[in-house]
Ligand binder design. Structure first.
Ligand SMILES: Cc1cc2nc3c(=O)[nH]c(=O)nc-3n(C[C@H](O)[C@H](O)[C@H](O)COP(=O)(O)OP(=O)(O)OC[C@H]3O[C@@H](n4cnc5c(N)ncnc54)[C@H](O)[C@@H]3O)c2cc1C
Length: 492
């Protein structure tokens, strides 16, 4: 079969698997929700015309696969029911979906990998523009670049880049989406060496609210290029990311020491002290886990991204700390390392997790964390701290939209649970936890760790970059079509 014919028949087969069985399922009128919360009535002919403009599929609540498709990683949002899910396979699908949403004034959620902890990539009554079927990664080994579609998960990016001995710094759980992670910033174990994911983002193709496909890079639309590097999904739907890659791997040296909880205070104090001036090739993190028995375990972890044979000398001082109850350290294949935390972050459980920066460490914060770390067999508590610095801090605060270059540490605290009936109780527990931590944490937070912060807090968190982000929003999305995110409100 000729290549073109093969490509077409493959696409045909994929599309056939996605298309709703029949337009007869489309009701004469479909009630949806507008951008401003009003009811919008969509007529059958309008829906059918939109559906036929899509290369992939339009799912309605009556479509097969609607229920499985609407759900995202965090099961806490399983109750959300969009009126329409536009599954996109290419740029023209995305343009159709943006134009349809704008012309009917629909509430819009945009999905890449579906890992929005706060549930922003699904909505009630509006339209989901679902880019998750767009999954191509292309690596150009000579130029050390990767072009990545918005449905790509981190594991695929790592695997494809590592096939050529290259890497793009990103996050730590391989089933997280590259799209949302990149647009928010992208923190991970290589950030102190290579910077945030956005520091390695060369360009994007993006469909803005007017339905126009734009290329944003240092040369073309540089204002938009500035905004997408940390401004989240505020400016449009990204259809392609282009990243700079770096030679790396195949192994990375990682280690973790586990401690009894009675050493927790001492270990956290030491973590804050020693991580402050750690080697730039050393990623340090600390945290707490709960074993199945209910017993807490304190963890000190490190990943060394320099030459494997130099690791021991850099890591040695950390191995001498306290009295670990268990320790493992050694080289591991990088791609494997990147999926080690996958099972602890499985899909479908309900999660309440949020993060804040810590700039001045006060040991009383550790007392609060420990006091509230109460075991409940129905709930799995989670907490981790990572050190920023290194290459992250070598970029000016206003060089990209990400304004946290001087932040010292990132603290995440929360929990997950199986049974959604407990959600109210455990979300309240999480909120009380964070109320207690409030005096010890900065006002700023990483937008990808947003949970329930108000609009005021989002504006404060963007600090001096907020006015410039508002200008961009006025230019590219004056109606605030893309508002389900850490929202930058237009002022026009
Ligand atoms: C298990 C887990 C591990 C994580 N680990 C890390 C980590 O190591 N480092 C880190 O930095 N973050 C991490 N995060 C946070 C993560 O970066 C965010 O949740 C991010 O939004 C996920 O991106 P996604 O594409 O999967 O999400 P989605 O839920 O698909 O999207 C989230 C938001 O991104 C925007 N968006 C998505 N796709 C597009 C698109 N094509 N165009 C425009 N906007 C779009 C939308 O505003 C959307 O609401 C983790 C999250 C989880 C759940």
């Amino acid at each position: 079969m000729k290549r073109r014919a093969f490509v077409q028949s493959t696409i045909g087969a994929i599309a056939a698997a996605y298309i709703p069985t029949s337009f007869a399922r489309v009701p004469a009128e479909l009630r949806a929700i507008s951008r401003t919360g009003k009811e919008v009535v969509l007529l059958r002919a309008e829906i059918q015309e939109f559906a036929s403009s899509l290369r992939l599929a339009l799912l309605l609540p009556t479509s097969p696969r609607y229920d499985e498709t609407r759900k995202i990683w965090n099961g806490a949002w399983d109750h959300k029911r969009p009126a329409l899910i536009a599954q996109c396979l290419d740029v023209s699908d995305v343009i159709s979906a943006v134009n349809f949403a704008r012309s009917h004034d629909l509430l819009v959620a945009v999905r890449g990998g579906g890992h929005s902890i706060s549930g922003k990539s699904v909505c009630d009554g509006g339209i989901v523009i679902d880019t998750s079927p767009m999954k191509t990664v292309l690596v150009d080994p000579a130029a050390r670049k990767a072009t990545v579609e918005p449905g790509v998960l981190l594991g695929s990016l790592d695997r494809e880049a590592q096939a050529y001995g290259l890497v793009c710094p990103s996050g730590v759980v391989s089933h997280t989406g590259a799209a949302g992670l990149t647009l928010g910033g992208g923190i991970g174990i290589l950030m102190r060496k290579f910077g945030l994911t956005i520091d390695n983002l060369l360009s994007v193709d993006i469909v803005t609210a007017d339905g126009v496909l734009r290329h944003a890079s240092a040369e073309q639309n540089p204002d938009l290029y500035w905004g997408v590097r940390g401004g989240g999904g505020n400016f449009g739907v990204v259809t392609k990311f282009e990243y700079q890659l770096h030679p790396f791997g195949p192994n990375i040296v990682t280690g973790a020491m586990l401690y009894h909880p009675d050493q927790a205070k001492d270990m956290f104090n030491r973590f804050f002290e020693i991580s402050e001036n750690a080697d730039n090739q050393l990623h340090m993190f600390s945290g707490m886990l709960t074993k199945e028995s209910g017993e807490a375990v304190v963890m000190m972890g490190y990943s060394f991204s320099g030459q494997v044979d130099q690791a021991e000398s850099v890591i040695k001082p950390y191995r001498n700390m306290g009295k670990p109850i268990a320790e493992y350290v050694g080289p591991i294949n990088f791609v494997k390392q990147q999926s080690r935390a996958d099972a602890h972050n499985n899909h479908g459980r309900s999660y309440y997790i949020k993060g804040r920066h810590v700039n001045d460490y006060d040991p009383d914060m550790t007392d609060e964390i420990l006091e509230r770390w109460i075991h409940d067999p129905r709930r799995t508590n989670t907490m981790r701290i990572v050190r920023f610095g290194g290459a992250v801090a070598q970029v000016d605060n206003d060089a990209t939209a990400w304004p946290h270059r001087n932040a010292m540490w990132d603290l995440e605290v929360g929990a997950s649970w199986e049974d959604a009936d407990h959600s109210k109780e455990f979300v309240n527990w999480g909120r009380e936890y964070w109320k207690a931590l409030d005096p010890y944490t900065a006002e700023n937070f990483y937008v990808n760790e947003l949970m329930d912060e108000s609009q005021d807090k989002v504006a404060i968190s963007y600090q001096g970059n907020y006015p410039r982000l508002v200008e961009l929003k006025n230019k590219y999305d004056p109606l605030n079509l893309f508002q389900l995110n850490a929202n930058i409100k237009p002022s026009v």
